[in-house]
Design a protein around this ligand. Sequence first.
Ligand SMILES: [Zn+2]
Length: 168
Amino acid sequence: MSYNHSRPTYIKFQGRTVKLVRKDFSTFMKALNIVLFWVGGFMDRYWTTIGDTIYYPTWITISPLSDSFKRILGHELMHVEQFHKYGKFLMALGYLGPPFFFFTFRWKIEQRPWLYSIQNGAYTPEVAAGILHQAYARPWPKRWMQAWFEKHINEDLEFSYDIAGYWQ
Ligand SMILES: [Zn+2]
């Protein structure tokens, strides 16, 4: 079944309205794609969260709320929580700042959401560390990231979500 992606999808999460937008319907994402030219597949592969907006990749034709995206949506909603905790400025520094100062913060931002993905069976610690290494500009040595995931694999993240409904 096809889904209308030309309009954003809205959901309620922790009392807030979170907007889901496919990347090809966002001028901002198209601009970011040019800046992040070194990230292969930014538009058609990766999900990106900024504030209360979750941008999903262009290959998705069904609803972004489909069961097949439940795990990745949980990961991105953890980022929504972080934006409220740290603020947009710190989050932007974590991603766009030079690695020399901000690499640890970038890793800090990603470690719990990636642990969530691992705990839900999306990746092994090794594969997750490999993707982070490649797509996030080497935030931390790959082996250290893998070891951190292995050490924390049974940790209770105290995160769950439930999508009661949506509107467009
Ligand atoms: Zn992430």
